[in-house]
Design a protein around this ligand. Structure first.
Ligand code: PRX
Length: 657
């Protein structure tokens, strides 16, 4: 039998259910009544959730949806997001509680208490202000998982500046596009980063990115790898500043100013269906309310008792919402780990869980499948008995991985929360509640209390139980995106035009209801690929490929991959119609994509072809290419302009070209 793909696996009827133990249910933060309470009066419910935060001025209206799809939540309310994540915990007597157990890849560690966090964030806020950064300015941050990344984000929030965090693995070209799009005034980075035991330069890439970037006035550099790097850190006098020289001498006193609930908090770029990434805009009050609420109910987090670890990188939305904002608003004690999961050995995560007695662990299916591959004996060597809740995010989790996660990591008893959400939704939307839901492996199940989601057909009509279609969000939610940076039309087109009549938000995911009405996510229905939980658009990779001088045309598809969910497979036509690129040429193209976008976008496979399958109107039929990439029988070719093209592609590939 061929290997079952994770997505197809989901389509199978999964009959096992795992109800919470009585003990867990009894102590859980969220009880079953929460659904009914939220349904009875949604706005009232969200107003109650907003009470989790400290507001300088209370809102006068919970939701203003009159200018849909532009929502305003907690209208008239004012708060400081950083104060909510830091200062108030010190004021309530928890200054000595560890906020962050930071673990460096080489084994160095730092424990940072809330009192220390307050000092560091205040100093960084003073430092940014001393450089002339004011509310509304944009600060780009390209940093690996260092405490300074969190200090920097919170310092921006504290002074009302927007951060735009760019994943450390993104190329100079990708960084530059983001810096330019948001007209960033400051860039914060590091000299270098440890990756798989080696120090790799970071600042040199940032310098390359910023050549001629007119908006950037200062570059702040955190010293991390120091003398481990070959040669000196490249430096531009007058523009570049060391973090420690700039920040350490600042005053640790900084008065947080209250900003409007709708004051922009950050921009985070994500791939869409076109080549240009979208700057997703999030604001303050609603975002913090929903991240704090979901972190509390989905992970059953108990401040001062739990040790929480979300393994995401702060370069992605999961790092923003479930390392920085939600957890810190809830006075978390959390692990932040700098490195890769197999450095220096494949038991690194379990060793960290054992050492810090991690009780809540939140990771991605791709990593779970990797752990499975590495072998059951590895986690078995560690004491994982502190774990009481396990989470999953980023892509559908296949039942096999779900069961392995529960049995081998969760001692066959911890609840697993499979959380569906997106950069755009800002916070978790669909997920089991660990003390309430009888979990079904592979299904995210049900919209959280206060959230409304539906599976609809092409016409926007809800499908019956057992039916499949598109996932939509039919009611506004507090942490929803407030727009695409600088592009109102794209915001409307991408999310609100597909079901404009009904006013539904179109998520871009396929989904189905099972017979109980639980939701199963089936992957993207657009040209967005999901590789190891990272969103990459086919067009983005195609543009990178055709920017290489040897490439005439390119088509990219996401093919099912047993570990990464999807793998990138590219079909290219070379200039002069050369049919054999040769191994070197193909390797060169793979590297070119890595250089243009980042290593995460490197195609798994590149096939050189003479033709691409196109419809009469010239649209590439990716469906057929996916059949080739997944070694399947090729589907219906009747709409092709030239139906012999697929024979040509298949025979070329079979002959080894
Ligand atoms: O396709 C869905 C998938 O990831 C997409 C969102 O990607 P991104 O904005 O990068 O955010 C990832 C982390 C929140 C979605 O459109 N996705 C995310 N979580 C799940 C998922 N697919 C299935 N099940 C999930 N739990």
């Amino acid at each position: 039998m061929t290997e079952q793909s994770p997505a197809l696996d989901n389509l199978l009827t999964e009959s096992r259910t795992f109800p919470p133990s009585e003990e867990f249910a009894g102590q859980a933060n969220a009880k079953a009544e929460l659904y009914a309470t939220a349904d009875a009066d949604r706005e009232q419910f969200w107003a109650g959730q907003a009470e989790r935060l400290s507001w300088d001025t209370k809102w006068s209206q919970v939701l203003d949806w009159t200018n849909a799809p532009f929502a305003k939540w907690f209208v008239g309310g004012k708060l400081n997001v950083a104060y909510n994540c830091v200062d108030r915990h010190v004021e309530s007597g928890h200054g000595d509680q560890v906020a962050i157990h930071w673990v460096g890849e080489p084994g160095d560690t730092r424990d940072i208490t809330y009192a220390q966090l307050k000092d560091e964030v205040s100093k960084a806020a003073n430092a940014l202000a001393s450089l002339g950064v004011v509310a509304g300015d944009v600060v780009a941050i390209q940093l690996q998982m260092l405490p300074e990344a969190i200090f920097a984000m919170l310092a921006c929030a504290r002074i009302g500046a927007l951060h735009s965090v760019v994943f450390g693995g993104f190329s100079p070209t990708a960084l530059r596009a983001r810096v330019d799009d948001a007209a960033a005034k400051i860039v914060i980075t590091s000299d270098g980063q440890y990756r798989r035991g080696k120090a790799a330069p970071m600042k040199a890439n940032v310098d390359e990115a910023l050549q001629g970037a007119e908006t950037v006035q200062k570059v702040i550099v955190v010293k991390r790898t120091g003398s481990d790097l070959e040669g000196e850190t490249p430096w531009t006098e007058g523009r570049d500043l060391w973090w420690h020289e700039l920040v350490d001498g600042q005053s640790a006193e900084h008065k947080p100013e209250a900003f409007d609930a709708e004051h922009p908090l950050f921009i985070l770029y994500t791939s869409g269906t076109t080549g240009k990434p979208k700057g997703i805009l999030h604001t303050s009050g609603g975002y913090l309310t929903q991240t704090a609420y979901t972190h509390n109910v989905v992970f059953d987090h108990k401040p001062g008792e739990d040790v929480y670890w979300c393994t995401a990188d702060i370069g992605w939305i999961t790092g923003h919402s479930y390392i920085v904002y939600g957890p810190l608003a809830n006075r978390v004690t959390q692990v932040v780990y700098e490195g890769t999961p197999n450095t220096p050995h494949e038991g690194r995560h379990w060793e960290i869980i054992q050492k810090y007695k991690v009780s809540i662990y939140y990771t991605a299916p791709t990593l779970i499948r990797t752990f499975m591959k590495w072998g059951d004996d590895i986690p078995a060597k560690y004491d994982l008995s502190s774990l009481r809740v396990l989470g999953s995010v980023g892509e559908p989790i296949n039942p096999e991985a779900w069961i392995w996660y529960r049995e081998k990591i969760g001692a066959d008893k911890t609840p697993i929360v499979d959380t569906w959400w997106q950069t755009e939704t800002g916070a978790i939307m669909i997920s089991p509640l660990p003390g309430v839901t009888s979990a079904k492996p592979g299904s995210a199940q049900r919209a959280l209390p206060g959230i409304s989601a539906k599976v609809v057909d092409d016409t926007g009509t809800e499908v019956p139980h057992g039916g499949g279609g598109y996932l939509v969000l039919d009611k506004p939610w507090p942490s929803m995106l407030r727009g695409v940076w600088g592009d109102e039309e794209r915001f409307r087109d991408t999310y609100w035009s597909r079901f404009s009549e009904q006013g539904y938000y179109f998520a871009g995911d396929g989904a189905k209801y099972d017979q109980d009405g639980d939701i199963w996510l089936l992957g993207r229905v657009d040209d967005v690929m999901n590789v190891s939980g990272h969103r990459i658009s086919t067009t983005e990779v195609e543009s990178a490929l055709v920017s290489h001088p040897t490439v005439a045309e390119a088509a990219v598809v996401g093919a099912t991959d047993p570990t990464t969910g999807q793998g990138i497979v590219a079909f290219v036509i070379l200039r002069g119609n050369a049919v054999d690129g040769g191994d070197d040429a193909v390797q060169e193209l793979r590297n070119h994509v890595a250089k243009e976008i980042g290593p995460i976008a490197k195609p798994r496979q590149i096939m050189v072809v003479a033709e691409l399958p196109k419809t009469r109107s010239g649209k590439i039929m990716r469906r057929l290419l996916r059949d080739v990439a997944e070694n399947r029988q090729i589907g219906d070719v009747t709409t092709l302009a030239d139906s012999s093209v697929m024979d040509l592609i298949s025979s070329g590939l079979n002959s080894g070209k």
